[in-house]
Ligand binder design. Structure first.
Ligand SMILES: [Zn+2]
Length: 629
């Protein structure tokens, strides 16, 4: 018995570790009720999950606790048939054609379909598994871009659907969109333009535990909430208020994903009504880009209405609304992305039905696909560019439209590539680009044109003065005409240390291979010339402050001196040494010699980077000529 336990116990532990923690059982309530005044929604939104408001009628969902709290208020709700419990939808399984757009996939068929996109179009599509839900299902993103395995300096755009598990039109529309983008890339210039210039991230199913609450083989039984019984679209960090739902596993998966990316434009898709809802959801204060959002929303609706003129008319004749004007929510992903990530996100309610009947899915695709492409195209326009330092390294910069931008609306560069985009209505703007540690740069009268990209790149910093020393194998006689900030000899030689055998001047020596006892050089002395012995040829690049010869006289002693050469340019020996003409007896560089009274000298010029032997009659100061400006 005991012996058996020895094997069973680790097995039990293993199983309990690898199995997801199953969520508690809970009831989802769907109901409608009436309000007297719209202001009541401001406190109701934190008690129940409002799904739709039309006139004074409210449709909402609740878990057990929320339902109990709501029962304390005198609203006389009318319980309704839950949307997920309607007619059984036709399903397709793994192996069935995924282009049968008149069926819903089983959960396994969905996962297989996502990975099939990547294996069918490996150059354009990769699947990212960004995390596992409470009940062990995957949250998957398709990344679609040319050079898909690279992170390029391209705007990152995002679509995510079905955060409410029982709102399935977006789920299917996103699967169709992925297929449409990939299968039309080779022939359709509009698709090529999108895929070549953007990184498109599409998450068809944000809440798989909700959609497949009734089991992996059916969307019947789908729920709005996650497996724990919370509305994920009320669980995101919220600047304007406290999220109505606690942070969930799925919330953290999405916020971690957001923190590791740089999304500039996004939309999340819902159902239950038909409307485009733009920020903010959490405050009546307009977003400073409200007019831009209206333009964007109107474009979406009007493009769709070219296919079906009655589309998105169920709530507003315009087809769009300010979020808070419709009803306030706290903890939605739209405000989260738009506020904290300076992204621009809208919420798009695609269909009046929650679980769109499979027979209607193709209609909704036809209404929406042009709008979906047009929406992404916004990230091809506006003000775009890169911010880098003088070496071409990307910088974290803030791009501020002067007189317009506020704390949440400025564009921020993607630190990985230094690229940014600020989408704007057509007009003329003054723009400031700022980077920590530098003076901000201002660019006036930047013109933004409808449907065009305006490029504005900025470079910060200046290249410090530098010197490149050519070092040959064997002994070299060298000197420096710039003073590095760090004079430590090991630091200066570190780029070439593997090639250095020994460096020495008249007093000191440094030999990387020898005990430190013998290494007497600690800091470079810029008033000396040096011998350096290399095991192979290389060059040494140094940055620092140019040495001004007029303030750096070189003290020469009677006889031979090993001296540096400070001028930036090659000079004749006569010009270079004019300050000591009266005392000069001889100059040497290896076997090249200069003697003043001799005619055919083998040494006639002095040049930067070299060290020289100079013999003088008496102590004197060598002052090289100042550089000509
Ligand atoms: Zn929804």
């Amino acid at each position: 018995m005991k012996d058996t336990m020895k094997y069973i116990l680790p097995l039990i532990l293993l199983i309990s570790i690898s199995l997801p923690v199953l969520a508690k059982d809970w009831t989802e309530y769907y109901f409608q009720f009436e309000i007297q005044d719209k202001s009541e929604l401001e406190f109701l939104t934190d008690i129940i999950s409002i799904a739709k408001v039309q006139g004074n009628v409210v449709w909402a969902f609740a878990n057990d606790e929320e339902w109990q709290a709501f029962q304390q208020l005198n609203y006389h709700p009318q319980l309704l048939q839950k949307p997920g419990y309607g007619i059984e939808q036709p399903m397709r399984d793994v192996g069935d054609s995924f282009r049968d757009w008149y069926t819903y996939p089983t959960y396994d068929a969905y996962v297989a379909q996502m990975y099939a996109f990547a294996s069918n179009y490996p150059n354009l599509c990769q699947i990212y598994d960004i995390g596992t839900t409470i009940n062990g299902r995957k949250i998957l993103f398709a990344k679609i871009s040319d050079n898909v395995s690279l992170h390029e300096a391209e705007p990152e755009v995002q679509y995510s659907a079905a955060i409410h598990g029982d709102e399935t039109c977006g789920y299917m529309t996103m699967l169709h969109l992925i297929d449409y983008l990939l299968s039309n890339y080779s022939t359709n210039p509009r698709i090529q333009n999108l895929i070549n210039n953007l990184e498109i991230w599409i998450n068809p199913l944000a809440n798989p535990d909700g959609t497949y609450y009734g089991g992996n083989n059916s969307v019947s039984g789908a729920r709005r909430y996650n497996a724990n019984g919370y509305d994920l679209n009320r669980s995101f960090p919220d600047h304007w208020g406290t999220p109505s739902a606690p942070t969930q596993t799925e919330t953290t998966i999405f916020t971690n994903f957001a923190n590791n990316h740089h999304f500039v434009l996004s939309a999340n898709f819902h159902g239950g009504t038909e409307v485009v809802n733009y920020p903010w959801d959490g405050t009546y204060t307009p977003h400073i880009d409200e007019n831009w959002f209206i333009d964007l929303s109107a474009d979406y609706v009007n493009t769709a209405r070219q296919v079906y003129s009655n589309y998105m008319t169920s709530l507003y004749s315009t087809g769009y609304t300010n979020g808070a004007d419709w009803y306030i929510i706290h903890g939605g992903r739209q405000d989260y992305f738009t506020y904290f990530h300076h992204c621009r996100e809208v919420t798009i309610e695609l269909s009046n039905t929650y679980i769109t009947p499979a027979t209607q899915l193709e209609n909704y695709w036809n209404y929406n696909y042009n709008s979906l492409l047009g929406y992404l195209e916004n990230a091809l326009y506006g003000l775009q560019g890169t911010v880098k330092d003088v070496y071409g390294n990307p910088l974290t910069a803030t791009i501020t439209v002067l007189g317009l931008d506020t704390v949440y609306s400025t564009a921020i560069t993607d630190p990985a590539c230094g690229d940014y985009i600020r989408m704007l209505l057509p007009g003329t703007y003054n723009v400031q680009i700022s980077v920590n540690g530098y003076e901000p740069q201002t660019f006036n009268n930047i013109v933004i044109t409808e449907g065009q990209k305006t490029t504005l790149n900025a470079v910060f910093g200046v290249i410090p003065p530098s010197q490149t020393l050519q070092l040959n194998a064997g002994w070299n006689l060298i000197s420096f005409n710039i003073q590095p900030n760090n004079l430590n000899i090991e630091s200066i030689l570190s780029p070439v240390m593997g090639n250095v055998i020994q460096i020495k001047n008249l007093k000191e020596s440094f030999h990387p291979g020898m005990d430190s006892y013998y290494n007497t050089i600690t800091n470079l002395d810029i008033t000396c010339g040096y011998w350096i012995k290399m095991n192979s040829s290389t060059s040494l690049y140094l940055e620092g402050t140019p040495i001004d010869p007029s303030t750096h006289p070189i003290n020469l002693k009677t006889g031979w001196n090993l001296v540096p050469y400070y001028p930036e340019n090659i000079l004749s020996v006569i010009s270079a040494l004019q300050s000591i003409t009266s005392y000069l007896q001889e100059v040497k560089y290896f076997n090249q010699v200069y003697i003043p009274e001799r005619i055919n000298n083998s040494l006639t010029q002095m040049e930067p980077g070299k060290g020289y032997w100079i013999r003088v009659l008496q102590d004197c100061n060598l002052i090289y000529p100042a550089a000509k400006n």
